[in-house]
Structures are given as structure tokens and as C-alpha cells.
Design a protein around this ligand. Structure first.
Ligand code: KG4
Ligand code: ZN
Length: 356
């Protein structure tokens, strides 16, 4: 990604704290990253094999100002040169969101800058367009992360219609839970996909829920998760602190499970393209960093003449750079006041996102 500073450019400070990454970035209107900092919390949540909301919020509180300070210093931009301060306000963990918003409000007041609250899910799709010359809209936007597995018809950066999503677990959440069953360290998704590289994806036939129902643009991963659980431990296993499978068996479970998830993700994306008759598919969120998913989706799209844009790997997982979405509102003079609040829920139908 390009670094550097242009005179007379426009500058934005973006803040992200929706889950367990504390992040800030200083961005220009033409897409340059002048400063960026991400503090991860993996070591804090590892013992619990999942993100503990209260621990996440406290860690954000300790880190948010040093992270912002780092990004600002790296950028070399004075606060007075900033045009606005953007912050992800929804969806996310309530305590985590509040810390980012409180920091953004404090700085907006101290530096006399306008605020722009942004939708984290929209930002994940917006990340697909960063560094590209032409607009990615209209497109089908597909967010596959730890909290979402959702398809949208995206007319523009902020005009969205909900097409369908998971009715239970998100894909990333399912990766993380199966990783725990295999005794892999947290965060499980990337570890599981690494183990899967040495396994046989055809070794075990796990279910592909809802894939045979093209009229339903929905996902369901909880049954798949249970199928893996029974495969590993039968119906009687109580102690999940150890996994009794051999390394080869574990790798085969990982690869076969991953292939089931990928088949569902790829299959439903294609069904969404068919339904909308759009020709461009944009994919973001942590699971979009998965190598096999990227490769198989690429092959499927190429053979159907669909233009596929997947966010750059480092922009798939949570980051503040995707807060560049705020420029879309800044350009319309559309700012928020200090009454801006967080909206933690998944909010499937928010922002005009009604099922079509
Ligand atoms: O977008 P993200 O950083 O946070 C949310 O907004 O949820 O996504 C995190 C999720 C986690 O569940 C993580 O295990 C998963 O993305 N993930 C992966 C991979 N990298 C991250 N899942 C499968 N394969 C990967 N390579
Ligand atoms: Zn995210």
C-alpha cells in the first residue's frame, strides 16, 4: 500500500474497536495510508478460546489512545489538518464500541472536528475497493467474518439491501469452534486452515446445509459444527480439553470441514449472483483471508464471467483503514453530532437493508 504525503490533500482519522482489535489510521481522500496502528488482543482471550467482551472492552480502554497517538505521529499530520474523525459505531460488542466512540468524541471535541459514525459491515465491503481506480458498486457484497455471513445487494457504498445471511452461527465463528474441538490455539480460523493444508478435503463427508435450496439465500453452520463434534467424539465425549485423534485424522477433519464451509460460501454467492443478475461480487471479512476459499471462489467466478473482488488479505480482518468509507459521507457534508451512539446488534435489516 502506498505511503507518503501529498500537499493540499484531505485527511481523515479513522478508529475501529468493534471486537478485539484496537485500530486507528490516518487516510487521505485519494486512498493513501499515512499512519496505521492495530493492537491485537489474542493473548488476552486465548485462555477462554473466544473473545470475552468485558476483557476486550478493558483492553481497548488501555490501548485506544496510544494506538491513535501512534497512527497520528506516523502520519506526520497535525490534528488541525484533519477533516473529520470516523469511528465504527455498529455492529459490534457494546463495551468495545463504546470505547472507540468515547475516544472519537473526546478528540472531536478537543480538536473541534466533525464526527462520522460508520457501519463496520459496510466498511468490510468498502475495503474491496481500496486501491482501485474504479468504483466497485453496484455489486453483490458478501461479508464473511466472525460475526457475519451475509449477502447484500449494494447499490452504492451506503445504499444496501439485505439478500440473506446465516440463521445461526457465522462462518468464522464455526471455524473458531471447530478449531477448539481439534485442540488448536486461538484464534482458530487461521490455525484450522493451516492444518487443513495437510489434510484430505474428501476424507469425510460433512453436510453442506441449505446448499440444495437455491431459493433460500441463507446459511446454517450449527448443524455442521455438531456433525464435526460427533465425528470427533461420538455422542458421549465430555472432556474437550484434549483431542484423541491422530495428527493425520485431525488434518483430514480440518480439510473436510473447511471444504464444507467453502462449498456453502461459494454456492450461495453464486446463487446470489443468479438472483440479482449483477456481474460483480465483492467479498470481505476475516474468513475472506482463507486461501482455499479465495482460490475456489476465483475459479467459480471466472468460469461464469463474474468479476470477483476480494479485499486484500491484510484488509480482510478488522482494521481502521476500511474506515475510508467515511469519505462517502464527508463528501456529502453528512456528519454526526456528539449525540452519536453505538448500535451493537447485528442489525440485519438496518440501513434500508430489507430482504428482496
Ligand atoms: O472480520 P474479522 O477480523 O472480525 C469480525 O468482524 O468478526 O473476522 C474474524 C474471523 C474469526 O472468526 C477468524 O477465525 C476468521 O475470521 N478467520 C479465518 C481466517 N482468518 C481469519 N477463518 C478461516 N480461515 C482464515 N484464514
Ligand atoms: Zn469485522
Amino acid at each position: 500500500m502506498a505511503f507518503g504525503q501529498l500537499p493540499n490533500d484531505r485527511y481523515l482519522l479513522a478508529i475501529e474497536s468493534t471486537c478485539d482489535e484496537t485500530a486507528a489510521a490516518v487516510l487521505t481522500r485519494d486512498g493513501k495510508i499515512l499512519g496505521e496502528c492495530i493492537a491485537t488482543q489474542e493473548e488476552l482471550h486465548e485462555a477462554f478460546a473466544g473473545v470475552v467482551p468485558e476483557i476486550a472492552a478493558r483492553a481497548h480502554l488501555e490501548r485506544i489512545l496510544p494506538v491513535i497517538d501512534f497512527a497520528m505521529k506516523q502520519s506526520g499530520i497535525e490534528p488541525k489538518s484533519l477533516e473529520a474523525i470516523a469511528v465504527a459505531t455498529h455492529p459490534g460488542l457494546p463495551g468495545s464500541l463504546l470505547v472507540g466512540l468515547a475516544a472519537a468524541k473526546g478528540l472531536a471535541l478537543a480538536w473541534n472536528k466533525p464526527l462520522v459514525g460508520i457501519n463496520h459491515v459496510q466498511a468490510h465491503i468498502y475495503a474491496c475497493g481500496l486501491g482501485r481506480e474504479s468504483s466497485i458498486f453496484p455489486c453483490v457484497g458478501f461479508v464473511v467474518s466472525g460475526g457475519h455471513t451475509t449477502l447484500y445487494r449494494c447499490e452504492s457504498a451506503t445504499q444496501w439491501h439485505y439478500l440473506g445471511g446465516t440463521i445461526d452461527d457465522a462462518a468464522g465463528e464455526c471455524f473458531d469452534k471447530v478449531a477448539v474441538m481439534l485442540g488448536l490455539p486461538f484464534p482458530g480460523g487461521p490455525q484450522l486452515s493451516k492444518l487443513a493444508e495437510t489434510g484430505d478435503p474428501t476424507a469425510i463427508s460433512f453436510p453442506r446445509p441449505l446448499l440444495d435450496q437455491p431459493t433460500r439465500l441463507e446459511f446454517s453452520f450449527s448443524g455442521l459444527k455438531t456433525a464435526v463434534r460427533y465425528h470427533i467424539g461420538g455422542t458421549g465425549k465430555q472432556d474437550w480439553s484434549t483431542c484423541d485423534l491422530s495428527e493425520t485424522q485431525k488434518a483430514d477433519v480440518a480439510a473436510s470441514f473447511e471444504q464444507s464451509v467453502i462449498d456453502c460460501l461459494v454456492g450461495k454467492s453464486l446463487q446470489a449472483m443468479e438472483r440479482t443478475q449483477l456481474r460483480r461480487l465483492c467479498v470481505g471479512g476475516g474468513v475472506a483471508a482463507n486461501r482455499r476459499f479465495r482460490t475456489q471462489l476465483e475459479t467459480a467466478c471466472a468460469s461464469r464471467g463474474i468479476e470477483l473482488i476480494v479485499a486484500q488479505k491484510e484488509l480482510c480482518t478488522d482494521n481502521a483503514v476500511m474506515g475510508a468509507l467515511a469519505w462517502e459521507r464527508i463528501d456529502q457534508n453528512d456528519f454526526d453530532g456528539l449525540e452519536l451512539d453505538v448500535q451493537p446488534g447485528l442489525l440485519r435489516y438496518r440501513d434500508g437493508a430489507v430482504p428482496t
